[in-house]
Design a protein around this ligand. Structure first.
Ligand code: SAM
Length: 277
């Protein structure tokens, strides 16, 4: 049986997947794109040797990335998704009928094309008339915008290479400026097992900019370290409270998950003081 050895840039262990079939392999202007089939996970999208999503568990990640801030906001109408070329975050955002306009800012159009071809259930909403695709760096897109958006979501590759521009204090400042008064921001921030320093670093950097910063987690089997974090920032409204009833359908996210996903205060304090678990 052919094996795929993941090349995660920061994990202290290596994940190995059985490959039933290689469905697609190409090199775009930005990265190597690979789609394989695995008996348990179904189709898997891999960029530069790192697993981005699997058909079996993508909903855990996409629902948790999107629905926490979307439900904490009283009425999200104008939303930006940066990265997320597979379309999973776009699909979840558009489950909210309040949304009128969604800017989908993915630097690599080849990822979008690959997802449309191999992951139709993930990319299903990309062609919605509410979606405007911008093939550019998300940091460039968000620069010099003033109070235009209700929600900004970063669904990038790991904090390496061209994704690094989405984790700087300058980027967070631009996001804050681009958000309306009630605006909210969320980004992936790696794992509490393998990348604790990165999580703390993202939190500390966001705190230089946003009056409210919080941290929540979700179990993602296929991301290195599994105990995956999301860092959220808000201009005014606390993020732990839902301000609208839970939309349907969701498979993992719910009212209960919203309140339980945030790190308990004691654990958060230990993390930020850089104490050992
Ligand atoms: N959920 C996935 C994960 O965490 O592994 C991320 C999936 S999505 C495919 C990641 C996308 O972010 C890639 O398609 C990549 O091209 C895009 N991306 C990375 N840096 C970017 C940037 N600076 N601006 C816009 N898109 C970016």
């Amino acid at each position: 049986m052919v094996k795929f050895f993941e090349k995660d840039p920061y994990a202290p262990i290596q994940y190995v997947y059985d490959v039933d079939k290689v469905l697609y392999k190409a090199k775009s202007q930005y990265q190597e794109i690979l789609v394989i089939e695995n008996e348990y996970f179904g189709k898997i999208l891999i960029l530069d040797g790192v697993v981005q999503l699997t058909e079996r568990d993508e909903f855990f990640y996409h629902e948790m990335l999107v629905h926490v801030v979307m439900h904490a906001h009283p009425e999200p109408k104008r939303v930006v998704v940066i990265g997320g070329g597979d379309g999973g975050a776009v699909r979840e955002v558009l489950k909210h009928e309040t949304v009128e306009k969604l800017y989908f800012v993915e630097i690599d159009n080849e990822v979008i094309n690959t997802s449309k071809k191999f992951f139709p259930t993930v990319s299903s909403q990309i062609d919605s008339p509410k979606v405007e695709i911008k093939n550019m760096d998300g940091a460039e897109f968000i620069k010099n915008r003033k109070e235009e958006f209700d929600i900004v979501i970063v669904d990038s590759t790991d904090i390496i290479g061209f994704a690094k521009s989405l984790f700087t204090v300058e980027f967070f400042r631009s996001v804050k400026e681009a958000l309306k008064e009630d605006g909210m921001f969320v980004t992936l921030s790696e794992s509490l097992h393998f990348h604790k320093e990165m999580v703390v670093n993202v939190q500390e950097t966001m705190k230089l900019v946003f009056p409210i910063v919080d941290l929540y987690t979700a179990p993602i089997a296929t991301y290195a370290g599994n105990w995956w974090t999301f860092s959220a920032g808000s201009n005014k409204l606390p993020l732990r409270q839902m301000r609208r009833p839970c939309i349907s359908p969701t498979r993992y996210y719910s009212e209960e998950i919203h309140s339980h996903a945030f790190l308990p205060e004691g654990l958060y304090e230990r993390l930020m003081k850089k104490l050992d678990w």
